[in-house]
Each structure stands twice: as structure tokens, then as C-alpha cells.
Design a protein around this ligand. Structure first.
Ligand SMILES: Nc1nc2c(c(=O)[nH]1)N[C@H]1C(S)=C(S)[C@@H](COP(=O)(O)OP(=O)(O)OC[C@H]3O[C@@H](n4cnc5c(=O)[nH]c(N)nc54)[C@H](O)[C@@H]3O)O[C@H]1N2
Ligand SMILES: Nc1nc2c(c(=O)[nH]1)N[C@H]1C(S)=C(S)[C@@H](COP(=O)(O)OP(=O)(O)OC[C@H]3O[C@@H](n4cnc5c(=O)[nH]c(N)nc54)[C@H](O)[C@@H]3O)O[C@H]1N2
Ligand SMILES: [Mo]
Length: 754
């Protein structure tokens, strides 16, 4: 059992020696060999492999060590010397393993051989690849394609992802949810609606030219630490960063550059946020409304504040928006945002003074019931002064998994209208299905109704990452077929369907040798840049296959043969798959083979970046929000709003350890962060044990027990705790209205003592 968390003050900035300490600890836990540290020097560099952690850019002129604390942890975790072999499964039944913690399951090491679930012994047993492909193909042939879902978790590169989407359509469905459906789908739908582009409009270079950054709902110190370098450089040349976050996150406060010997030795740090706006959860719509109000007031007072030429030529809906802003009172804005008029006016003044502004955001905006409206509000603010589609300006979501954006680009999408079906028809000679497929939430709805029969996961730990696990987990075991392409054991694997397989794959840093020699794969970052990635490490075992080989193997065993469907050839040489990607998306992937190894990758373009608006009106859209708080909850006595988030020692459901260093929290993940005044009012002391109960849907009780109360600097009425431990509290129907992204940042809960 863990010790209870003992919050201790962490006085040091993000980065610095603490980050090196963090790396060393994970190295010890994962028992990676010292040579792994050498491998790290190839990370994120032309001719090397691209980090499998976050989706931040790989700059054209990399540092000697172009990796961060958490990128290093991800690689070290991938390259552990521990192995989770068939012998491990002989010793442990699935029922026994269900009692293990997430951390301990993954710590068992890299999966080494294909495994088949044997219900009689309740164990996974060794299997051969041919046997696995044949059985899976046979099972898929007997299932109704529309009852099968192909999930992808955002790591697999463009080549296997393209083939995975193709396979789904050849088989007969568009059920291609992605981790993006729990993450930035709010962006894909919400941003697309207002500017016609589903992805960020900036390039890496824009960060060198901005004068202000509005930074909302993203935790850079933990989740994209390499962004701290350009942020630090921006601050040093006078750029002002305004952070909007209910929690005071260390990475937004100050940073010691581990690449900078002077800062490391002297312990000097750079202050990051010029102003820290501690909004209430979901308070961003109101807060941004306040900032816009100030901007419009300043324009009315002094004139020349708005970019009138841009507004007239490029935007639609300004007058309705202006009317809404004028009619919204400061008292409503203060109440819904939890921020004072003075603070919002100050932020408005920074916005007005800045020539170029970038809006950056993460899960704090997207994982809300009205997350799409919050994104619309950020765009409203940016449009007022023409801050989209020119140098040093733009709207920039920070994406999650290292290739999550790219998976969508090459066709892993449940939305058929986003995929060039006519091209697929022309190239591959079949008629792709046009019926809309399942998002993650829709897959789970189908699962709970008994309509889902088969599941294939290209990576990920879906059953652990989703809401309402007490309903979802039993239903999962009723599936006819579950197949997991994975690197390590996780909880989803422990919910075998009637027929179940675990298929072990290579990681990105490992050599992928096929008929034509070592293979390069490509990935896309948050800035729509595409990079080649080549692994050189010896694979963790002789039986591992690449994700592409596994997808092809299953596809070949499932589908009829067709002269244009060349699974073996494609597996033998990934350049042939890139040629198919280029044929399917000729504008974006022109000369892909030649350009993928350019330093800094190649930019696949974005119409909104060039002020071409692919919206309904053909212009950038102002939107009028119909709520002032994004979490859609009304105030009720005893109700708190729970934020679920990541610690500094995890990658999603992969838990490296129990240290949330930057928040000064060590030792346990079963904690709940609470405002000290709220604690006093509720009669709770530090380390009191409580149960959280979901405070809606009285038909069904959802709770998580055994949480230690921990005082923390966050707004009153707000609680925070860790994903995935608190996921059972989120009702499946609690999601962004437009995109169905689960609203993991605004869960209504009440506290029960004990
Ligand atoms: N090391 C590491 N890196 C990762 C990941 C990881 O788990 N570990 N995960 C990857 C993935 S898939 C993703 S999607 C990204 C996630 O990266 P983030 O978007 O940073 O995700 P979270 O940690 O969930 O935290 C979001 C932040 O939103 C704040 N927040 C919560 N509610 C609100 C709100 O209402 N308003 C505002 N303004 N802020 C709010 C929280 O306090 C927190 O600081 O990171 C990626 N990178
Ligand atoms: N409450 C709450 N829930 C959330 C969130 C939240 O903030 N709060 N965040 C949501 C978000 S943003 C996301 S993206 C999802 C994450 O959901 P997922 O992407 O499904 O989950 P991960 O934890 O990233 O998946 C980890 C597993 O992936 C496998 N894996 C690792 N590397 C590789 C690889 O290279 N190839 C393959 N094939 N497999 C690999 C390993 O077996 C590992 O156990 O969770 C969502 N759920
Ligand atoms: Mo994500």
C-alpha cells in the first residue's frame, strides 16, 4: 500500500535538477540499461526517432538533448529490460491480475509473444502469429462489420494508421474512434466550426514573433515540457503570458532550463506567467467574455483597437457577438468565471497592447460539457484584432499523443465526410461505407446495449481511460472478440471477450526490419509538421512485429484477395504505403518520401493559416455562447466540481510512479485536492479519508472510496484528483455537447466522510 500523500512545498521551478532526478527514478524503476541514455540523444532529431510521449514540435535546430523529463521517462519505460512473457501469465490468472495496480501491471515489462486467452484456466497462453491472424480473421468474417470497432490510441505512425483506416473500410465500417475522441475532438469539431480548420493554425516559428500568449487549461511543465523552452525565450524577449487555470501549475509559474548550464548551476529561473488568472472550473467562457468586453470598451473609448479591415473582409457574426458582450454584466462575468473585473481588464489591456497574440489551450477547455463554446470564445477574442492567419498569431491546441493529429489526417475517423472516400474507391477498387461510425462514447453506448460484438485496439488502454467503468467493464467481457496490439500489459487486456488476443509490437525507438531493410515511419505534431522517425535499438524480443505488420496480417486474414490490396508488399516496404498516402492526399503529402527527413519536418498546410475559411459562411465565425460556464453545472449545496488530471509521473493510464513533484505531492495517487477554506467549512482535516460520490443521476450511485484530503491552492467549490483512478465517477452521458468528448474537467460530486 502507498503511504498517504504528504504534500510538501516544492520551491523549485519546473525543469532544473528536479527533472533529472525524475528521469533517474524512472530509469531505476523500469530497469532500463544505461545504453538507453545514449539512445535518448537520438530523440526528436533528423535521422533519429521521434519521441512517443507528447505531440510537441521537433525543431529544425535541436538542442544536444532535445528531450524533456517526461519524454525521457516515456523512452526509458519503453526500453525497460523487464519482460512480460508467457511464463508470467502461467503464474498469474487474469482474475488475480485484476487486483494489481495499473503501475504494477505495466511494470511487469514489455510483452514478448502473441497471447490467446484461455477461459478454462483464466490465463493468457502463448500463441503463434499465424494462428492468431487466422483465428482473428475467421472471427471477424463471422461478425457483422458494423458491430465491430477499431480503436486507435494516437501513437501508431501514419503508415500503420493509414492501413488501419483502410482495412476498416474494406471490412465494412467507419467505427474508427481514436483517443482524440476523449481529448481534442472538441477541437476537431469546435475549431472546425468557427475557422474551418480542425487543427492549430500556428507554425513553430510563430512562437518567435508573438507579443502575448493567452494560455488556457494546459499544464506544460508535465504534459509538454519542451514547450517551456520557446515560452522562456518568448518571455525573455518581452512576450507576456497570461495563464488561465484553476490550479497554480508550476510550469506556468517559472522554469529552469535544464539545457542552460548557467541556470542549472546558479538555480536561476525564468518567470513564465506575467499574469495568472485562477478561473473557476469551466469559467473560461465568462473570463474570455470579460477580456473581450474590455477590448470592445477600449475600442469604443480610443478607437483603432479592432482590426476593422480583417473583421470586414474575413469575419461573420461580429455584431451579434458585440451585442452579447455589451449585454453581459460584469457581475455575471465575475460570478461565472470566479475572477474579478480588474484582473480581466488587466488581461484585456495586455491583449490590446500586443501586436501579435497566440491562444494556446488543452484539456481544461476541451473536456467540458460546453467545451466547444469555450474554444469559440477564444477564437472570438483572437478575431477581434485579426490574430489568426498571420505571423506571430494564431489559435493553437496542444495535442496529446505523439501522432494523434496524424492518425486523423490519414483517415482514422468515424466521420466519413472527413475521408476522401472517392479516392479510396479509385485507388483500391471497392466502395467504402458512407455510414457514420462510432465515437468512443457511441462505441460504449453500443457496448452497454449489447450491440457491440468486436473490438480491436491499436494501442491504448481504452477501458481504463473512459467514464463509467463500473458499467463498462462487465459489458466489455461480453464482447465476442477483443484484440489488443500493445507494448505492455494493462487493465483493458484483463477484460477478455469470448475470444481474446494480445499482440505485442515494437516501440518507436526499436529497429523495424522488413524485406526491403530497416523502415522509417512518419508522424505529425501539433503544428501539422510531418517527420520521419527511424528506430535503431534491438527489439525487446525476437517475436515482436511492427504495428504495420500486425494490421496487415489481420487484414490479409480477414479480407478477400484483390489485386490492388497488397498487404505483404506494403509490409515489406513502407515507402509503398507513403506513396498511397500521397496519392490519397496529394496536396498535403506532396513529395512525402523526399521531404519527410527535412530538418523540422515538412508542413502539410492549413487553410486557416492562410486565411482561407472552410466554414459554412466561407468566413471566420464569431459565435455567441449560450452559457457563461463551460461545465454546465448549476450550483447546489454540497456540490463540488471535480477536475480529473494528470500527475507529473504518468503518461495517461501508464503510471510511472507516485510523485507529482511539481505540485509538491508525493506517495499516493488516491488523493483529493481541496481549498483549505472549503476543508474547514466541511469539517475536514488534512489526510481525512473521504468518498467522492457523483452528484447527478440519482438512479445510479457512482463512487470512489479511500481518498485522502489534501489542501491545495485552487478555487473554492472545486476539487482535483487523478485520472484514471477517478474515472468511475464520470457518467458516460457527461460530455461535450457537440463532439461527445467526456467532460473530465467538470464532474459534479459530493463528499462523504469515511
Ligand atoms: N508526461 C505526460 N505528457 C502527456 C500526457 C501525460 O499523461 N503525461 N498526456 C498526453 C495527452 S494524451 C494529452 S491530451 C495532453 C494533456 O495535457 P493537458 O491538456 O495539460 O491535460 P491535463 O493534465 O488533463 O490538464 C489540463 C490542465 O487544465 C487545467 N484545468 C482544469 N479545468 C480547467 C478549466 O475549467 N479551465 C482552465 N482554464 N483550466 C482548467 C488543469 O488544472 C490542468 O492544468 O498531454 C499529453 N502529454
Ligand atoms: N478522467 C479523465 N479521463 C481521461 C482523460 C482525462 O484527462 N481525465 N484524458 C483522456 C485523454 S486526453 C486520452 S488521450 C485518453 C488516453 O487513452 P489511451 O490512449 O487509450 O490510453 P493510454 O494510457 O495512452 O494507453 C496506454 C497503453 O498503450 C499501449 N502502448 C504504449 N505504447 C504503445 C505503442 O507504441 N504501440 C502500441 N500499439 N501500444 C502502445 C500500452 O499497452 C499501454 O498500456 O484518456 C482519456 N481519459
Ligand atoms: Mo489525449
Amino acid at each position: 500500500m502507498d503511504d498517504l500523500a504528504k504534500p510538501r512545498r516544492y520551491d523549485n521551478a519546473t525543469g532544473g535538477w528536479g527533472s533529472l532526478d525524475g528521469i533517474a527514478r524512472v530509469e531505476k524503476t523500469s530497469k532500463a540499461k544505461p545504453a538507453v541514455l545514449q539512445t535518448l540523444t537520438d530523440q526528436n532529431k533528423p535521422g533519429g526517432y521521434m519521441c512517443s510521449s507528447c505531440a510537441w514540435a521537433k525543431p529544425p535546430n535541436p538542442h544536444v538533448a532535445e528531450f524533456c523529463e517526461n519524454g525521457a521517462k516515456a523512452t526509458i519505460w519503453d526500453l525497460t529490460s523487464e519482460r512480460c512473457t508467457p511464463e508470467f501469465f502461467a503464474e498469474h490468472s487474469v482474475s488475480q491480475l485484476l487486483d494489481w495496480e495499473d503501475h504494477d501491471l505495466e511494470k511487469a515489462g514489455r510483452l514478448t509473444e502473441p497471447l490467446r486467452y484461455d477461459a478454462a484456466s483464466d490465463r493468457y497462453v502463448r500463441a503463434g502469429w499465424d494462428e492468431a491472424f487466422e483465428a482473428i480473421g475467421d472471427s471477424l468474417k463471422h461478425l457483422e462489420p458494423k458491430a465491430v470497432t477499431f480503436y486507435a490510441s494516437g501513437k501508431a505512425a501514419l503508415e500503420p494508421s493509414y492501413l488501419y483506416g483502410l482495412f476498416a473500410r474494406m471490412y465494412g465500417h467507419n467505427n474508427l474512434p481514436d483517443s482524440s475522441n476523449m481529448c481534442h475532438e472538441t477541437t476537431s469539431v469546435g475549431l472546425k466550426k468557427v475557422i474551418g480548420s480542425p487543427v492549430g493554425t500556428c507554425t513553430f516559428d510563430d512562437l518567435k514573433h508573438c507579443d502575448a500568449i493567452f494560455y488556457l487549461g494546459q499544464n506544460p511543465g508535465t504534459n509538454s515540457p519542451r514547450i517551456l523552452h520557446p515560452l522562456k525565450e518568448a518571455v525573455e524577449r518581452g512576450c507576456k503570458i497570461i495563464a488561465f487555470n484553476p490550479l497554480r501549475e508550476r510550469g506556468l509559474v517559472e522554469f529552469v532550463d535544464p539545457q542552460n548550464p548557467w541556470q542549472m548551476t546558479v538555480g536561476a529561473s525564468t518567470k513564465i506567467a506575467h499574469q495568472y488568472v485562477q478561473v473557476r472550473p469551466g469559467g473560461d467562457i465568462a473570463a474570455l467574455m470579460g477580456v473581450c468586453k474590455r477590448v470592445l470598451e477600449r475600442d469604443a473609448e480610443q478607437g483603432n483597437v479592432l482590426d476593422t479591415a480583417f473583421l470586414a473582409g474575413h469575419c461573420h457574426g461580429l455584431e451579434e457577438f458585440r451585442a452579447k458582450v455589451l449585454q453581459t454584466s460584469w457581475s455575471d462575468i465575475e460570478r461565472h468565471s470566479g475572477v474579478s473585473q480588474g484582473e480581466l481588464e488587466q488581461a484585456g489591456d495586455v491583449y490590446v497592447a500586443a501586436k501579435n497574440v497566440i491562444g494556446i489551450y488543452g484539456m481544461g477547455l476541451t473536456q467540458q460539457v460546453h467545451g466547444s463554446q469555450a474554444i469559440g470564445m477564444l477564437v472570438n477574442l483572437l478575431l477581434l484584432r485579426g490574430n489568426i492567419g498571420r505571423q506571430g498569431a494564431g489559435c493553437q491546441p496542444i495535442r496529446g499523443h505523439s501522432n494523434v493529429q496524424g492518425q486523423r489526417t490519414v483517415g482514422i475517423s468515424e466521420k466519413p465526410e472527413l475521408v476522401p472516400m472517392e479516392k479510396l474507391k479509385e485507388i483500391f477498387g471497392f466502395d467504402p461505407p458512407r455510414e457514420k461510425g462510432h465515437t468512443t462514447v457511441e462505441f460504449l453506448d453500443a457496448l452497454l446495449k449489447g450491440d457491440a460484438k468486436g473490438f480491436i485496439g491499436l494501442g491504448g488502454n481504452l477501458a481504463r481511460a473512459v467514464p463509467d467503468q463500473s458499467l463498462v467493464h462487465p459489458a466489455w467481457r461480453d464482447l465476442e472478440l477483443t484484440v489488443h496490439v500493445a507494448t505492455r500489459l494493462n487493465r483493458t487486456h484483463l477484460l477478455p471477450g469470448k475470444q481474446s488476443w494480445i499482440l505485442p509490437c515494437l516501440v518507436r525507438a526499436e529497429e523495424d526490419l522488413q524485406d526491403s531493410g530497416p523502415q522509417t515511419v512518419t508522424i505529425e505534431d501539433s503544428f501539422s509538421h510531418i517527420y520521419g522517425s527511424i528506430g535503431r535499438r534491438t527489439p525487446a524480443g525476437p517475436h515482436l512485429k511492427s504495428e504495420l505488420a500486425i494490421v496487415s496480417g489481420i487484414a490479409k486474414a480477414t479480407l478477400r484477395s484483390h489485386p490492388a490490396w497488397r498487404w505483404d508488399e506494403w509490409t515489406g516496404d513502407y515507402a509503398k504505403v507513403r506513396a498511397l498516402i500521397e496519392r490519397t492526399y496529394p496536396d498535403q503529402f506532396r513529395d512525402m518520401e523526399a521531404r519527410m527527413n527535412e530538418p523540422g519536418g515538412f508542413y502539410r498546410g492549413n487553410p486557416a493559416h492562410d486565411r482561407i475559411w472552410k466554414t459554412e459562411s466561407g468566413k471566420a465565425e464569431f459565435t455567441v455562447p449560450d452559457v457563461l460556464n463551460a461545465n454546465g453545472l448549476d450550483e447546489q449545496s454540497g456540490r463540488y466540481t471535480l477536475i480529473t488530471l494528470r500527475s507529473n509521473d504518468q503518461f495517461n493510464t501508464t503510471v510511472y510512479g507516485h510523485s507529482d513533484r511539481l505540485r509538491g505531492l508525493e506517495g499516493s495517487r488516491m488523493i483529493i485536492l481541496m481549498n483549505p477554506e472549503d476543508m474547514r467549512e466541511a469539517g475536514l482535516e488534512e489526510a481525512s479519508t473521504v468518498t467522492l460520490v457523483t452528484d447527478c443521476d440519482t438512479q445510479r450511485r457512482r463512487d470512489v472510496r479511500g481518498l485522502a484530503v489534501t489542501p491545495f491552492d485552487l478555487p473554492r467549490g472545486c476539487l482535483a484528483g487523478y485520472f484514471p483512478e477517478l474515472n468511475p465517477l464520470i457518467p458516460l452521458g457527461h460530455h461535450d455537447r457537440l463532439s461527445k468528448t467526456p467532460a473530465a474537467k467538470g464532474v459534479p460530486v459530493r463528499i462523504e466522510i469515511g
